[in-house]
Design a binder for this molecule. Structure first.
Ligand code: ATP
Length: 137
């Protein structure tokens, strides 16, 4: 597929980086298919990250992701999933390449500014978690 799903996480929203991050995404050649500001609850964040339920950081992750507003978006580009993960950089910003979104805007592995789907299947599942078909253009 040529689509991926992203969130601008609560840390980047609070720190005022949403505009700069969207600018980098658009300049990297991604087209916005759907986009909105919203807020996760502990319940909806827990459901979104259910695959990580058994991981030691799950509670912290759910609390953080429901701590403030986020921007959710579906993005389109050739090779979207892989190219977007290259653009955002490693999960841990300390290990992220220069110029990546996490290197520029993230503070820690927990509060790491952005989400990017890790597969085409998950991009579809995650996109439909936030957007109906009628909201995707
Ligand atoms: P994402 O799915 O958000 O794009 P990722 O695929 O790079 O991130 P995963 O290993 O799938 O990383 O972890 C999902 C999210 O869980 C990370 O983005 C991060 O917010 C959080 N996380 C991962 N490892 C840790 C950790 N050791 N401590 C705290 N939070 C973590």
């Amino acid at each position: 597929s040529n689509r991926t799903f992203t969130m601008i996480k609560p840390d980047a929203m609070k720190n005022g980086h949403a505009g700069a991050i969207l600018d980098k995404i658009i300049k990297a050649g991604f087209r916005i298919v759907a986009l909105k500001q919203t807020k996760l609850t502990a319940e909806t964040a827990g459901a979104f990250y259910a695959v990580h339920k058994e991981r030691p950081f799950y509670g912290e992750l759910v609390e953080f992701m429901s701590s403030g507003v986020i921007i959710a978006a579906i993005l389109e580009k050739d090779n979207a999933v892989s190219d977007f993960r290259t653009l955002i950089g490693a999960t841990d910003p300390a290990k992220a390449d220069e110029g990546t979104i996490r290197k520029l805007y993230a503070a820690s592995v927990g509060e790491n500014a952005v989400h990017g789907s890790d597969s085409d299947d998950n991009a579809k599942i995650e996109g439909s978690f936030f957007f109906s078909g009628l909201e995707q253009y």
